[in-house]
Design a protein around this ligand. Structure first.
Ligand code: HEM
Length: 401
């Protein structure tokens, strides 16, 4: 191992005060030293931290790096002595081929860009209903509960065929296991309740299919247990991510008024603005892979069994790939960003998330031309880095009436 290799000793748990949109300073510093650093996992196992754009992409495109749950390590908690079980049937985010493909393929056909565009009208309706309710209640509002969460939550419920009357119950359980704020016991209770709910849902769809993804899949050879696992992945991956993009994205626009004004003035910038917000914020900030054999990467040897943490956020701020990367610039070409990952696990819901954001951001900023933060920016409560998905806990906003 070369002397000059940079070492990160602990994964940061906070961002720099005053920099809510930037990766933690330690990760930006690591990228300055090079695209790969050494990292020691809690419990002492040696591993790696990848912060460069090109290296991140090559890890994600390389089948010698595995996503299997039982091979991964926790980046901040010492679980040595505990054996991680493999992913449950259907939980394909944490599987490799061929199991991963068994679940991903039938779903991919259901979430195409064309199908998601067909949902645009529905998303417009849901967005406008929530804006009406916000307007009626008057300022101030918490943008997270009034707008950012209900839009993706409703879309996921419609996709999975969750009946309208079950939404409250279902959303409550899912929020409690995703928000990173609850105790271990509460988390376990919320996951169990979600599992129980999904078990009932799959059985109901098999008995009485409706027009939704789960009902469609009951016509394949997938078992109920597998369908429940797939539904859980869609939920966990598809709800919190978009919700946090909408809330944190609004916060970022409000902190960059010239960008907000440009977007308001020119709706043709919307698609580019969404891609730039995805790059700049990268709310799904880090993922891990484990080397299945010795792999040469960036002049280093990743030994079989070693785990790499890929910081998608820092890779999306790599100055060798994006000029002036720490500036939010909605006119730049951000195509190729890694906010949705890359390779076999590339986000399956990217088209849905894009349509939701392309509808929701312009609708919000046009409905409230005087939208502003209702508290000083430094008082906006942020999620800790230990949460899987980054974002704001709440976003108090106000407007002129
Ligand atoms: C802005 C919102 C979103 C972001 C930033 C995001 C980000 C990501 C990322 C980075 C991955 C790759 C994980 C890896 O490399 O291991 C991923 C995978 C995935 N996402 Fe998303 N996602 C978003 C929205 C959605 C939505 C709306 C859905 C569902 C409707 C969804 C479903 C999935 C699924 C099923 C996977 C697993 C794909 C696989 O393992 O083959 N995502 N997402």
């Amino acid at each position: 191992m070369s002397e000059s290799l940079h070492t990160v000793t602990t994964m940061p748990v906070q961002r720099q005060p005053g920099c809510p949109f930037d990766p933690p300073a330690e990760l930006i510093e690591a990228r300055r030293h090079g695209p790969i650093s050494h990292y020691t996992f809690p419990g002492g196992k040696p591993g790696w931290l990848i912060t460069g754009y090109d290296l991140t992409k090559s890890v994600l495109a390389d089948s010698r790096f595995s996503s299997r749950k039982e091979l991964l390590l926790h980046p901040t908690i010492d679980y040595s002595g505990f054996e991680t079980p493999p992913a449950a049937p259907g939980e394909f985010l944490l599987m490799d081929e061929p199991q991963h493909g068994r679940y991903r393929k039938p779903l991919a056909g259901k979430l195409t860009a064309r199908r998601m565009r067909l949902l645009t009208e529905r998303i417009e309706q849901i967005t406008s209903d929530h804006l009406d309710a916000m307007e009626k209640a008057g300022p101030p509002a918490d943008l997270v509960t009034a707008f950012a969460r209900p839009i993706p939550a409703t879309m996921i419920c419609e996709l999975l065929g969750v009946p309208y009357e079950d939404r409250g119950r279902f959303q409550h359980h899912v929020e409690s296991f995703l928000n990173g704020e609850t105790s271990d016991e509460e988390q376990i209770a919320a996951v169990t309740a979600t599992y129980d709910y999904l078990t009932e849902l799959v059985a109901a769809k098999r008995a009485n299919p409706t027009d939704d993804v789960i009902s469609d899949l009951t016509g394949t050879d997938l078992t109920d247990e597998e369908l429940r696992g797939m539904a859980l992945v869609l939920l966990a991956a598809g709800f919190d991510t978009t919700a946090n993009m909408l809330a944190l994205g609004t916060f970022a626009l409000l902190r960059n008024p010239e960008q907000l004004a440009a977007l308001r003035a020119d709706p043709a910038l919307t698609d580019q603005a969404v891609e730039e917000l995805l790059r700049y914020l990268s709310v799904a900030k880090t993922f891990m892979r484990t080397a299945l054999e010795d792999v040469e990467l960036g002049g280093r040897t990743i030994e079989a069994g070693q785990v790499v943490i890929a910081s998608y956020h820092t890779a999306n701020r790599d100055p060798e790939h994006f000029a002036d990367p720490h500036t939010l610039d909605i006119r730049r070409q951000s195509a190729g960003h890694l906010a949705f990952g890359h390779g076999t696990h590339l986000c399956l819901g990217a088209q849905l998330a894009r349509v939701e954001m392309r509808v929701a951001f312009p609708a919000l900023i046009n409905r409230f031309p005087t939208l502003r933060l209702a508290v000083p920016a430094e008082e906006v409560a942020l999620r800790p880095e230990t949460a899987d998905i980054y974002g704001v806990k709440s976003l108090p906003v106000a407007w002129d009436v």
